[in-house]
Ligand binder design. Structure first.
Ligand SMILES: Nc1ncnc2c1ncn2[C@@H]1O[C@H](COP(=O)(O)OP(=O)(O)OP(=O)(O)O)[C@@H](O)[C@H]1O
Length: 328
């Protein structure tokens, strides 16, 4: 990324924000703090983004909900703590944009604040809530559908030649209707390369269950641990309390055997934990048939009990009448 300078201007955005603003500042921990109302102007591309609010902070940067001046749409703008890290994320997103039908990545630029320089990029704003929040609010029975949608996403990413790497509930956004989007492409790598970014619980290496080399099975392993967490977090906590040197995938398999919440998913999850799927397409098909088809409640035309009883009695009476008729 070229080192370019972005000017931070001060505006009064509507009546919601205080009139006087200082613009973004970089803290001692290299975090960038951009108060609502700040205008971020890319020097090279000259686009102006107005900060509405902070969406979240992660290991690589802070993400803000922004408006682009002159455009009605809202975007998510990520200000990185480390320019090189952010650049590698931008490279992946640019490559994905060329291959995916709907573009996610908008543009990248750099800025200079009063206390330092940093880079940022702009992406599509994904509305919804994080996966664990969605399941907590809507109920565990939604995992069948949401899991299906997420496996579809993973499978299409894999078919483009990428491994997601850092799959965890915080990186999965779910809309009110259960559609799913992956966010945070900072951990994406090519198959066969070391996983760049991971989070302990969801990492195959953490459970001594395989390498940290990116492959489709790595993402499926993370997906399986995530399901265990969403359905029975207490048991997962228990299993992870083992000493690191003896912690193993058998601890997770024991959870699958014991937990009643996990029962409908246990066969699929066990296979994913053991690297038993040839690829994510096969895993997706198995989820469709073995989990989703059973987990989604079906409408049943249940005949009321009183009607069943009446039908039975009418058969008895009809039989008795026929018997009497034949006898006379
Ligand atoms: N495109 C987006 N749309 C909506 N919200 C987003 C978007 N991207 C990120 N966020 C929000 O910002 C938070 C932090 O973003 P992100 O996960 O990319 O940062 P990170 O530094 O890579 O995090 P991590 O520590 O998980 O690796 C997310 O948890 C999410 O709430």
């Amino acid at each position: 990324m070229n080192t370019v300078v972005v000017h931070w201007n001060i505006i009064n955005h509507g009546g919601n924000f205080p009139a006087k603003r200082k613009g973004c500042s970089v803290t001692t921990s290299s975090e960038t703090v951009c108060p609502p109302g700040t205008v971020i102007t890319g020097k090279w591309q000259k686009n102006q983004y107005i900060v509405e609010r902070l969406l979240g902070r992660g290991a690589n940067g802070s993400v803000y909900l922004v408006y682009r001046r002159g455009h009605p749409d809202r975007y998510a703008l990520k200000v990185g703590y480390d320019t090189l890290e952010l650049q590698s994320e931008v490279n992946i997103l640019r490559a994905l944009n060329r291959q995916l039908p709907s573009s996610y990545f908008i543009e990248a630029d750099d800025y200079k604040s009063v206390s330092g320089e940093a880079a940022f990029y702009v992406m599509r704003y994904v509305e919804g809530v994080q996966l664990h929040q969605f399941i907590r609010a809507r109920g565990r029975e939604w995992l069948g559908l949401v899991g299906l949608k997420l496996l579809e996403r993973l499978s299409s990413l894999h078919s483009l030649g990428y491994i997601f790497g850092d799959l965890k509930p915080e990186n999965v956004m779910v809309s009110p209707y259960g559609s799913v989007e992956l966010i945070d492409y900072g951990g994406v790598s090519a198959p066969g390369r070391s996983v760049k970014q991971f989070t302990e619980w969801y990492d195959r290496g953490y459970w001594n269950a395989g390498s940290r080399t990116g492959d489709e099975a790595y993402d499926l392993f993370s997906f399986a641990v995530m399901c265990i967490q969403l359905l029975d977090e207490e048991s997962l906590r228990g299993a992870s309390a083992q000493l690191p040197q003896i912690r193993s995938v058998q601890d997770l398999e024991a959870v699958l055997r014991k937990s009643s919440q996990l029962k409908p998913y246990a066969a699929w999850l066990g296979r994913a934990l053991g690297g038993g799927f040839a690829n994510s397409r096969e895993a997706l098909n198995a989820w469709k048939k073995g989990v989703y088809a059973r987990a989604v409640p079906r409408k049943r035309n249940k005949t009321p009990r009183w009607l069943q009883r009446s039908f039975f009695l009418s058969i008895v009476f009809a039989g008795a009448a026929l018997y009497l008729f034949l006898k006379t």
